[in-house]
Design a protein around this ligand. Structure first.
Ligand SMILES: *Cc1c(COP(=O)(O)O)cnc(C)c1O
Length: 392
């Protein structure tokens, strides 16, 4: 099939899946704001408890506890702050290495650098869009050694302090595969579930598979608080430590407000939490509508040879945060052509995150062979995925 015909077919299929009557351009993912959000915001404003006072943050954390089954939920100013504090609580120190996929949003690596630690980039595969666990198992065998009860990179001599698997576009990665690759090494797992609120891995909540997990509620995520995030864990000690760090390490003495170490002002404000309460109450509706949209994409692309709609791996139930197609690996020209064709038809589309090892400030850190990620970067395309595309 010529590139021109392929582009026409893709535009026709996306149009069919999205349906008509939407105002253009149809965005990749827009927040869904209803009467429910307006009521919560109005109540919050009327109460004047817009910042740290009041119960909106606790209400939001409680609502997240119910949907995630997490024992502890700590709301934060954004997902990146949640990653940073989780790493610190897991004991990541300056000069340590932290393993993470190259195919992720820069925040995952930035949080590692904020701790003074060193990102060590891993490859991803097309079956899960997450870590290529078979390749990882072999790689860790050859690179890691146990030295004095610690897990060390034999090439750099640095301690491997944590691994951050990412559930790409909401699709759970192969967590048992990751556990297999890590067997024999004591490396704590921090799940970057920024995209994956509402997703499940073998019936378990994405975000609660490792020691700690984080969600993001940025404006383009499955639910939003304007900006915000949350840390989830079942571990009491870690939870206490993280809540302390997020709240500027307050340790009140007598009648004075005191601080017993360097903490962070990373708490979510009440205004955002009130918005979040409304959004969590609508999560089920968002999840249902996103599955309908995902099915529509599958049907619309069924006849398009050469293009595959990415579907949840068989072990997972995905939130289908961003619908994604896999184009034939035709380099950037095809990708650009498709995006232009969709743009002309009033439809937004976007290539995957730029792989971290392509970014100059991250290109010199330790990494394995990243061919799988390179291929994905030139063949993945995110398509319009707002819940509003499906009638409630
Ligand atoms: C959005 C996102 C983050 C960061 O969340 P913020 O709330 O924007 O700080 C981290 N990791 C991934 C994979 C993301 O998509």
């Amino acid at each position: 099939m010529s590139a021109r015909v392929l582009i026409e077919e893709i535009v026709r299929s996306v149009r069919e899946a999205v349906g008509s009557g939407h105002s253009q351009p149809v965005p990749l993912h827009a927040p869904d704001v209803s009467r429910v959000e307006r009521e919560w915001m109005s109540a919050c404003l009327t109460s004047t408890q817009v910042s740290t006072a009041g119960s909106y943050v606790q209400d939001f954390e409680e609502a997240l506890r119910r949907v995630s089954n997490a024992k502890h939920v700590i709301a934060t100013v954004n997902g990146t702050a949640g990653l940073q504090v989780s790493l610190l609580a897991l004991g990541v120190r300056p000069g340590d290495e932290v393993l993470l996929p190259s195919l992720t949003f820069v925040a995952t690596a930035n949080a590692v650098l904020y701790c003074g630690a060193i990102p060590h980039l891993l490859d991803c595969d097309v079956e899960t869009l997450g870590l290529d666990v078979a390749k990882l198992e072999e790689y860790l065998e050859s690179v890691l050694v146990e030295r004095g009860g610690q897990c060390v990179n034999r090439n750099t001599g640095r301690r491997i302090a944590a691994v951050i698997p990412v559930h790409t576009f909401g699709h759970p990665m192969d967590f048992d595969g990751l556990r297999r690759a890590l067997a024999g090494f004591r490396i704590p797992v921090l799940e970057d579930a920024a995209n994956a609120l509402g997703s499940q891995y073998k019936g378990r909540t994405a975000g609660l598979l490792g020691e700690v997990g984080i969600y993001s509620f940025n404006g383009n995520k499955i639910i939003t608080t304007g900006g915000g995030g949350a840390i989830v864990t079942d571990d009491d000690e870690l939870a206490g430590r993280m809540r302390h760090l997020v709240g500027i390490a307050r340790a009140d003495r007598d009648f004075r407000i005191a601080h017993d170490e360097l903490g962070f002002n990373y708490r979510m404000p009440s205004l955002n939490a009130a918005f979040g309460c409304a959004q969590v109450s609508r999560l089920d509706s968002f999840l249902k509508r996103k599955r309908v949209l995902a099915r529509r994409y599958c049907a619309a692309f069924a006849e398009v040879e050469d293009v595959e709609v990415f579907q949840e791996p068989e072990y997972a139930r995905s939130n289908y945060w961003l619908n994604t197609i896999i184009l034939p690996s035709g380099g950037d020209d095809l990708l650009k052509g498709v995006i232009e064709g969709l743009e002309k038809a009033g439809l937004c589309a976007r290539p995957s995150w730029i792989p971290l090892h392509w970014l100059p400030y991250l290109s010199d850190y330790p990494k394995m062979n990243l061919e799988g990620t390179d291929r994905l970067a030139s063949s993945l395309l995110n398509l319009p995925s707002s819940p509003a595309l499906v009638v409630e």
